[in-house]
Write a protein that binds this ligand. Structure first.
Ligand code: ASP
Ligand code: MG
Length: 476
């Protein structure tokens, strides 16, 4: 039987309607074994962090106020979703009581000893411990066989507090001993409710996996289950408040199309360009065993096609992303006399490195007469003065610079000449000049340097020509 690991973020855990939808989703996946990973309720992690950081200055009255607020948020939800006369109701309420008094104790410790890194992780872990337990009690009161598992029982990490990395060998052992025996029984209605975001190090202290880390929890579990379990038919679903990964930030194109099929390398590429929907480390966890991941809209649980699936398969017809760097500077170093001389680029980049400036796009034609490279606009003054004060560059080169925008177009499709023809034709129609261009051998990404004022227009015309839904195009 297939295994599905679903992650429910804070926005899936807000009220009765949302919890009922989780129940509906549970029915939709009745033929799969289910593992649910829950985040903290919206805003709770931030509030916990703020409380931990301010306790020394603000004293206990603010702490009391914040704890009361956390209590109220959780009790309100419990009262909406679990009938009062049930055992589940009483257990959920008791849980909140017990956990919040433990939280109170640790906050007192922080006040006494200071905010050691360990405490930050421990304090923030309460968000998921509260939310996930409530989810498990809710599912139980619906008659399902849900069981609560704090992830620090199964995910073992290094000691890197606030941003811990899983130690897979140790984690696999735990999964093998604690999860597999139950998962591999025939009881398909069994639902594991596992806290997102949390792990523990070898000495037993709670660690956390970085902000937004519940997605990571889901992918770590998938990887470990694949490694040690018999059943290899595993998929991860992240329920989000968007339809999936969008090809273009809606700030540029309000009705940007959803990317339907994307492979791991393309997905990593767009994640690196700031598509905040998914962290690259989640992809890294899945890629090893080629485990598919779906990003789906929580509002539309039974959507048949309009969602993103990340797997080995990609849709070659689709461009996977158009992103932009809005504020960049291109620096060009020109010389007629310095061609075919080794070490010029090394000197340029050494100068940038010395000044802590990171270089993004680099472009030089084979004639070697000029070299252009792009840096963040905020670094431009520093970069220019470093180069102009360097005797070597002053004597033999001309240095030019201009504020520009960079467009990145991502997807295997960019490797085809035909795509570039369409792209340049489209830009040409709008009179948009491409000042510099770069695509490296292995990269599924083409970067274009254009006039800043033309950025939005460029993105829109590229969207029209390359991203609009292929099916829609065929119909019209
Ligand atoms: N609650 C954690 C955070 O807000 C983890 C998560 O939501 O994924 O960062
Ligand atoms: Mg959160």
């Amino acid at each position: 039987m297939p295994i599905v690991i679903m992650k429910f973020g804070g926005s899936c855990l807000v009220n009765e309607k949302a919890f009922n939808r989780i129940y509906e989703i549970t029915k939709l996946y009745k033929d799969s074994k289910k593992i649910y990973v829950a985040s903290a309720f919206n805003g709770i992690t931030d509030l916990l962090l703020k409380t931990a950081h301010s306790i020394r200055e603000q004293g206990h009255s603010t702490v009391d106020k914040n704890i009361a607020l956390i209590e109220k948020r959780h009790i309100d939800v419990i009262e909406q979703i679990i009938p009062e006369d049930t055992l589940n109701y009483r257990r959920a309420k008791d849980w909140i009581d017990t956990k919040l008094s433990a939280l109170d104790d640790v906050l007192a410790d922080i006040k006494e000893f200071g905010l050691e890194p360990y405490y930050v992780d421990y304090v923030t872990s309460f968000g998921e411990v509260l939310s996930t337990y409530i989810l498990s009690e809710y599912l139980q009161c619906k008659g399902l066989d849900a069981v609560f598992i704090p992830a620090n029982k199964i995910i073992i990490t290094n000691d890197n507090y606030n941003n811990a990395y899983p130690l897979y060998d140790l984690t696999n052992n735990r999964i093998h001993d604690k999860i597999i025996p139950v998962l591999e029984t025939d009881a398909k209605d069994f639902i594991f409710c596992i806290t997102g975001f949390i792990g523990r190090n070898k000495i037993g202290y709670i660690t956390t996996l970085g902000r937004g880390g519940s997605d990571y929890t889901a992918t770590i579990l998938a990887r470990a289950l694949f490694d040690v379990g018999k059943d290899k038919d595993i998929k991860v679903i992240l329920w989000k408040d968007v339809d999936g990964l969008l090809a273009i930030n809606p700030k540029y194109v309000p009705k940007s199309s959803v990317i339907k099929n994307i492979d791991y390398s393309e997905a990593k590429e767009i994640a690196n360009f700031g598509a905040k929907v998914l962290h690259p480390k989640c992809l890294e966890a899945l890629e090893k065993n080629k485990i598919p991941l779906e990003i789906r809209n929580f509002e539309n649980p039974d959507e048949k096609s309009n969602f993103t699936r990340i797997s080995e398969k990609t849709d070659i017809k689709e461009i996977k992303g158009v992103s932009a760097i809005e504020e960049a500077t291109i620096i060009t170093i020109i010389s007629g006399s310095m061609v075919d001389i080794p070490g010029v680029l090394a000197r340029i980049f050494k100068e940038m490195a010395k000044n802590g400036i990171s270089v993004s796009l680099v472009s030089q034609s084979a004639s070697e007469i000029s070299t252009s490279f792009v840096i963040k606009a905020e670094d431009s003054q520093k970069a220019i003065s470093a180069l102009t004060n360097n005797k070597y560059f002053k004597d033999f080169f001309r240095i030019k610079y201009e504020d520009v925008a960079i467009l990145n177009i991502t997807g295997s499709k960019i490797l085809e000449n035909r795509t570039k023809t369409i792209l340049f034709d489209a830009l040409d129609k709008k009179g948009i000049n491409v000042k510099a261009i770069s695509q490296s051998f292995e990269e599924l990404n083409l970067s274009l340097v254009i006039n800043k004022n033309k950025l939005i227009e460029a993105i829109q015309v590229i969207h029209e020509e390359l991203c609009e839904d292929v099916e829609i195009k065929n119909l019209s």
